[in-house]
Each structure stands twice: as C-alpha cells, then as structure tokens.
Design a binder for this molecule. Structure first.
Ligand code: NDP
Length: 328
C-alpha cells in the first residue's frame, strides 16, 4: 500500500474548492490508486464552512481519502505537503486599483510562500489558481528561496481547455483530435491562445481553419473572455471548469503528457522565446517523470510574436508593481 500524498488546498470553502475537493478525494488529482490526505486552509471566518465541506467528504466514504485537517494557520496547512493548490485569493472589489489588488494578494501569497519554504515536503509542487495567478505565483516563489523555483506554477490549463473546445467546434472535430495547442503569457485578457502549431486530426490547425479573421476576432477573444461570458450566463463564476483544469494541470505534471502532444502551464521562464527570465508565464510544455520542459524550437510568426510580447509586457509590469511594493 502506498503512503498517502499530502494535498493542501487554500480557499477550500470557496466555489472552486467545493468543486475540487471531492474529485481530489476520488483520485482525479494524482490517479485512481493514490491515497491522499487533505489539508484545508481557510481564513478564520470560513473555517466553519470548510468543516461543513469536510463533513460531506466524510459522507462520501472515499476509499482513497485518508484524512482531512482544517486550519487557518499556513504553517500547519503546508507542513509536509506534497501538492499545494493555492486557490484562495483576494477578489477584485469594485473600485479597487490593480496596485491595491496586487498588494492585498501579496499579503496572502508571501506568507504562504514562506510557509511552503519552511514546512513543505522536499518534492512539493505548487499550483496557483487564485488571481492574478501568475504574479501571485511569483510572489510565493520569491518567498520560498529553498524550494526549486520550477515547483511554482500558475494555471493556464483552463484557457488551454477552452481553446481546445472552441477549435474542435470550429473544425467539427472531437476534442480528442486536437493536439499541441498553446496558451502563451498571462492568465488574463492578454493571454494568447496559439493554433499555429496545433493539430486537428494530425493536420495543422491554422491551415485547416484558414480564417485569420475568425482567429483574431472570434477565437482569441472568446477564449480570453470566456470567464466573463460564464458569469453573465450563470450568474456565478466558472468554478467547476476551473477546478477541473486544476486537476488536469497537476495530473499531467505528475503523470506526463501523451506522446505527440503537449500542454500549457504558467512556469518560471528560463528566457525561452524572448520571455524575460523569472517571469511566470505560460508556455507549451511536455511533462515526464514528474517534471516539465518547455517545447523548444517552435517558429513564432509575426502575428504570434506581437501577442506574446504584449502579454509578457503585462507580466513585466505586474512584476515591477509587486517589486515596488516590496513583495519580491
Ligand atoms: P472562487 O473559489 O470562485 O475563486 C478563487 C480564486 O480562483 C479567485 O482568485 C478567482 O479569481 C480564481 N480563479 C481562477 N480561475 C478562475 C475561473 N476560471 N473561474 C473563477 N475563478 C477563478 O472564490 P470564492 O470567493 O468562492 O472562494 C474563495 C475562498 O478563498 C473563500 O472561502 C475565502 O475565505 C478564501 N480565502 C482563503 C485565503 C487563505 O486560505 N489564506 C485567503 C483569501 C481567501 P477571480 O477573483 O479573478 O475570479
């Protein structure tokens, strides 16, 4: 029998947390044969709600779930953790400037990064979901100098999955026929979903679609603004699909990408594709043996170059802003 993997979820009592925890406990994060222990971190006011979710988790009698601990103390939540899903974040309130938002989130992600540094297991892997995810991940990573930087990642898998689905619809193909899609840059409205290297049933996607107007005026904005469209339709944000993407992100990181395909992850740049080193930006990556690698050697055309650059510029500005606030 395997030793359980310690999984910490922050913001566990929130909407995404509610969609996430049951699937972690049923084996969708790491695999159907991997037992897990859950640690739920919440702010004091939300601990009671997290306890309610834990009661429901108990009531599912999940065979893989080997324990649940609930706390408002990051040092406890990250003690010995192997997988940390940082979901809780400060939402943008009406009239809040970006600087205020970054500062409020710095107050969350800096101490969490430090607690991960001091307490987590040596193999810890961190996924930041809470927005602004890329820069929150950067803040946490900077506060954890003893953890290899590449263990801090930000989620662009939801954007990736959304783009696959839109492309499948447009081409009348199955989602399983789409390969090698890439999200570049920031998980924000500036993100760039790239189909120039993607394949539809083995054929180049951009050539198959052959419609630059659809690409620029429909596909890219639909993917980038999907979150707002869902809020508009449901009256609530996209919690289940975000949770699903978080599971996909970690599952792929740990278990690998299929042969002949890649995925998208927000990861510390090594300078590839002109993205300044250290920025947490989304890249095409392959995963194997629990590690990821940036797909190298892709030709970047002018259309793509401009869009990657403008998203990366936004990331640089966010980094400058949090540096100015003393968060790095
Ligand atoms: P959600 O669970 O809906 O969202 C949590 C975070 O995920 C937000 O920052 C949200 O960003 C982000 N997110 C990323 N992708 C998506 C997506 N596709 N759709 C929706 N959200 C996305 O928020 P709730 O308010 O329901 O819950 C947050 C919980 O976090 C609360 O229970 C709160 O108490 C807790 N919290 C915990 C902290 C801690 O553990 N220290 C600190 C702060 C909060 P966006 O705002 O841009 O939608």
């Amino acid at each position: 029998t395997r030793t359980p993997v310690n999984v910490t979820v922050t913001g566990a009592a929130g909407q995404i947390g509610y969609a996430l925890l049951f699937r972690i406990a049923s084996g969708h994060l790491l695999g159907a044969d991997v037992p897990v222990k859950l640690r739920l971190l919440e702010i004091p006011q939300a601990v009671k709600a997290a306890e309610g979710t834990a009661m429901e988790l108990d009531d599912c009698a999940f065979p893989l779930l080997r324990g649940i601990e609930i706390t408002d103390d990051a040092e406890v939540a990250f003690d010995g953790t192997n997988v940390a899903l940082l979901v809780g974040a400060r939402p943008r309130a009406k009239g809040m400037e970006r600087g205020d938002l970054l500062e409020a989130n710095g107050g969350i992600f800096k101490p969490q990064g430090k607690a991960i540094n001091d307490r987590a297991a040596d193999d810890v892997r961190v996924l930041v979901v809470g927005n602004p995810a890329n820069t929150n991940a950067l803040i946490a990573q900077a506060a954890a100098p003893d953890v290899p930087a590449e263990r801090f990642t930000a989620m662009t898998r939801l954007d990736h999955n959304r783009a696959i689905s839109q492309l499948a619809k447009k081409t009348g193909s199955a989602v399983s026929d789409i390969r090698k899609l890439t999200i570049w840059g920031n998980h924000s409205a500036t993100q760039y979903p790239d189909i120039f290297h993607a394949e539809v049933a083995g054929k180049n996607a951009a050539e198959t679609v052959s419609d630059e107007q659809w690409l620029a005026d429909e596909f890219i904005p639909t993917v980038a603004k999907r979150g707002a469209a869902i809020i508009d339709a449901r009256g609530a944000s996209s919690a289940a699909s975000a949770a699903n993407a978080a599971l996909d992100h970690v599952f792929t990181w740990v278990n690998g990408t299929p042969e002949g395909d890649w995925t998208s992850m927000g990861i510390p740049s090594d300078g590839s594709y002109g993205v300044p080193e250290g920025l947490i930006s989304s890249f095409p990556v392959t995963c194997a043996g629990g590690a990821y690698e940036i797909v190298q050697g892709l030709e970047i055309n002018d259309f793509s170059r401009g869009r990657i650059d403008s998203s990366v510029k936004e990331l640089s500005e966010e980094r400058d802003a949090v540096r100015g606030l003393g968060l790095l």
